[in-house]
Design a protein around this ligand. Structure first.
Ligand code: HEM
Ligand code: HEM
Length: 189
C-alpha cells in the first residue's frame, strides 16, 4: 500500500496515524478515568506516570500527524451535499484542535501542581508550562482537562457514527479508503 494518499485512498502513513491515535486515546481515557478513582498512595503514582507518558506520546504523534497532513494533503471528498462536506471539515478541524488541547491541558495541570518533575517515559525531562507551582491554576486546569476530554469523546463518537453511516447506509468508500488493504472492485486501493 502506498505511503502517500492517492486520488481514491488515504496513504498508509495517515491511516497508521489515525488508527494508532484512536487506540491510544481509548487506552488513555480508560486509564485516566480509572486512576482518578484510586486511593492516592505511592503505588498509584506509577499509573499517573504511565498516563502522563502516553499523553505526551499522543501529543508528539499529533504534531507529526499534522506535519505529514500539511505535506501530503487529503484525498478529494467523495460526492456529498455541501452541508455534509462543511460539517465533516469542521468536525475534523475540531478533532485536530482537541488532539492538542487535551494533552496540553493535562500537562498544564501537572505543571501547576508541580508535585515532582515531569519525565517522558522516565527519559526526557519536560519543562513546566507554568514555570513553577501555580496553585490558582490547578482547579481550572483539572476541570479543563476533563471537559476537553469529554468534548473529544462526544465529537469522536459523532464522527465514527457518520463514518459508519457512510459505510452501511450510503454504501460509499468513505470508511474503506481509511482502512488498509486492497479491496474487490476498488482497483486503486
Ligand atoms: C490525549 C491525551 C490525554 C487524555 C485522553 C487524557 C484523559 C484523562 C482523563 C479521562 C482523566 C480523568 C479526568 C477526571 O475524570 O477527572 C485524566 C486525568 C488526568 N490527566 Fe490526562 N489525558 C491525556 C493527557 C494527559 C497528559 C499529557 C498529562 C500530563 C502530562 C495528563 C495528566 C493527567 C492528570 C495529572 C490527571 C488527574 C487529574 C486529577 O487528579 O483531577 N493527561 N486524563
Ligand atoms: C478518538 C477517535 C478519533 C479521532 C480523534 C479521529 C480523528 C480524525 C480526523 C482528525 C480525521 C480527518 C483527517 C484529515 O482530514 O486529515 C479523521 C478522518 C476519518 N476518520 Fe476518524 N477519528 C477517530 C475515530 C474514528 C473512528 C472510530 C472511525 C470509524 C468508525 C473513524 C473514521 C474516519 C474516516 C473514515 C476518516 C476519513 C474521512 C474522509 O475521508 O473525509 N474515525 N478522523
Amino acid at each position: 500500500m502506498p505511503l502517500r494518499n492517492n486520488a481514491k485512498h488515504w496513504g498508509a502513513v495517515q491511516q497508521a496515524f489515525h488508527w494508532l491515535i484512536v487506540l491510544l486515546i481509548l487506552a488513555q481515557g480508560t486509564i485516566g478515568l480509572v486512576m482518578v478513582n484510586l486511593p492516592k498512595k505511592p503505588s498509584v503514582f506509577a499509573i499517573y506516570n504511565l498516563h502522563k507518558s502516553i499523553g505526551l506520546t499522543i501529543l508528539a504523534l499529533a504534531v507529526l500527524r499534522i506535519a505529514w497532513r500539511l505535506f501530503d494533503g487529503r484525498p478529494p471528498h467523495l460526492p456529498m451535499p455541501d452541508w455534509q462536506r462543511r460539517v465533516a471539515s469542521l468536525t475534523h478541524g475540531a478533532l485536530y484542535v482537541l488532539l492538542f488541547a487535551v494533552p496540553l491541558s493535562g500537562w498544564l495541570f501537572d505543571s501547576a501542581s508541580a508535585l515532582r518533575p515531569l519525565h517522558w517515559w522516565g527519559l526526557v525531562r519536560m519543562p513546566s508550562l507554568t514555570g513553577g507551582p501555580a496553585p490558582h491554576l490547578r482547579h481550572f486546569a483539572a476541570g479543563l482537562h476533563e471537559t476537553l476530554f469529554w468534548c473529544l469523546i462526544v465529537l469522536a463518537v459523532l464522527h465514527a457514527a457518520a463514518a459508519l453511516r457512510h459505510h452501511f447506509v450510503d454504501r460509499d468508500a468513505t470508511l474503506r479508503r481509511m482502512l488498509p488493504g486492497r479491496r474487490q472492485g476498488d482497483p486503486d486501493s
